[in-house]
Write a protein of this length. Structure first.
Length: 451
């Protein structure tokens, strides 16, 4: 029989009040398993820290999103936003489930080709497309979303050179009541830039205007803003039809839906107050049905949702390195995952649970990463039980943007594991070592050391 661990006695103020309007929260069970696989086994096998993705959660989340839209609108297509998480295994799950690809660079474009996405189902966004990138996209018959006039002119030029009629859409920025407005991408609707681009495309005769696109921001919790965006794009498409007797094939409303995460400083937890796919779908579909389209001419609705489709499927497991008292007397716990791996901790109060049973003694804790940097804080203030050196925690909803924006800094980046729907863990990105090819260092002759 093992002896019970001693814990020092603690006097704690009784927190009787302050339930939210949804009552008191009690997420008081340890997160010992992810999709039936023990956290302790994962760490033993693949090390710590460790990113873990759940295929089951990805598929379920995508199905929820699809259902929300297809039950309200007849023609819907999702396109997976590569920059949100472009690990090939993750992209392939989305493609297998029917999503197209949405890319914003030549690198991402080639990744999509490598994942065997049909060129016609690749949407090429962003301000940075080289002439070679555009050539590649034209040859593959992809959907090129024009960001600025320089790109428009280059495309007209390339269309002549390649003797083909590229399929294009224009990115439009517009006032939806969300400020600051993202007006650095695409053409502004209200000041006439969008019409200027449309007229140039139509009069050139060289490009096929297939769609209208907007992406109003990210983590936008106002569903009304999407209703406005959808109404304005629909009206523009109808005006184009009336002026040029020409039907726009699709309206692409971009991404930006919130995940379940809780934004820093928000009063109530994200899962209780964040809009759901149904809320967004209702706002968008209502606008489109209320617009002047005849039922049979309703355009295809494309959604480039990134964050909301992958955040909940990703976990970050981390190990406690140390506990200490700050000068103020409050507790600080140091873990082996820092902001270089979890940059979203600057925006969110990530939900965090211990991975093993714990005592009832909770204390407000500053949860720090391992970097020798004062900014390396995962949670400024979180109620945690005493965690001992070597114990694990699980950080929730880390699947969006962290894998694409993490930095190799001070330490090497950890492995990424995917738990398949059948419950098997698979490494989908190896843990980096000193031989990390990403380091790419070279020593000039004059700094060679004598052997
Ligand atoms: C980043 C991006 C997305 C995905 O945005 P989320 O906020 O992750 O949903 C979609 N479309 C474009 C053009 C983007 O730049």
């Amino acid at each position: 029989m093992t002896r019970k661990e001693y814990e020092r006695p603690l006097i704690r103020k009784l927190e009787t009040g302050m339930p939210g309007k949804f009552g008191m929260r009690n997420d008081l069970n340890p997160k010992t398993h992810i999709d039936e696989v023990a956290v302790s086994d994962l760490v033993r096998k693949y090390g710590s820290p460790l990113f873990v993705f759940s295929e089951e959660t990805i598929v379920q989340t995508l199905n929820k999103a699809k259902r929300a839209f297809t039950t309200r609108y007849p023609r819907v297509q999702f396109a997976w936003s590569y920059k949100t998480n472009y690990l090939d295994s993750i992209c392939r799950i989305f493609h297998r489930e029917g999503a197209w690809a949405e890319v914003v660079s030549g690198f991402e474009y080639e990744k999509a080709l490598n994942n065997q996405v049909d060129g016609k189902k690749i949407i090429f966004n962003g301000p940075d497309k080289s002439r070679e990138d555009l050539q590649m996209a034209i040859k593959n018959d992809s959907l090129i979303h024009i960001d600025h006039l320089d790109e428009l002119y280059e495309l007209v030029d390339l269309a002549g050179e390649l003797n083909s009629k590229p399929k294009v859409a224009i990115r439009i920025n517009l006032d939806t009541g969300i400020y600051p407005q993202w007006d650095r991408f695409g053409f502004n609707l209200e000041n006439g830039q969008a019409w200027d681009a449309i007229n140039k495309i139509m009069h050139s005769g060289k490009l096929e205007l297939t769609g209208l696109h907007c992406h109003i921001g990210t983590f936008i919790s106002s569903t009304g803003a999407y209703g406005i965006a959808a109404a304005k794009l629909a009206q523009l498409a109808i005006d184009i039809r009336n002026k040029y007797k020409f039907a726009i094939k699709y309206l692409d409303l971009g991404g930006g839906f919130v995940s379940r995460n809780t934004l820093k400083g928000s009063y109530l937890p994200g899962p209780d107050v964040n809009p759901t796919f149904d809320d967004y779908a209702e706002a968008i579909a209502t606008s489109l049905h209320n617009s002047g389209f005849e039922t049979q001419e309703l355009p295809l609705l494309i959604l480039e949702t990134g964050r909301a489709l992958i955040d909940e499927a990703g976990y970050l497991i981390s190990t406690v390195l140390a506990n200490k008292r700050l000068a103020s007397g409050s507790r600080s716990t140091v873990i082996d995952a820092g902001v270089n791996l979890l940059f979203t901790s600057f925006w969110y109060d990530h939900k965090i649970l211990p991975a093993q049973p714990f005592s009832q003694y909770f204390e407000e804790t500053l949860l720090c990463g391992p970097l020798c940097m004062n900014i390396d804080v995962i949670r400024n203030s979180i109620n945690l039980p005493l965690l001992k050196k070597g114990e694990r925690i699980v950080i929730f909803s880390t699947g969006a943007y962290n894998i694409t924006q993490w930095m190799q800094f001070i330490t090497m980046r950890p492995a990424v594991v995917l738990i398949s729907s059948s419950g098997e863990p698979h490494v989908i990105r190896k843990r980096e070592g000193r031989d990390n090819p990403g380091l790419m260092e070279q020593i000039p002759g004059f700094l060679e050391l004598n052997k």
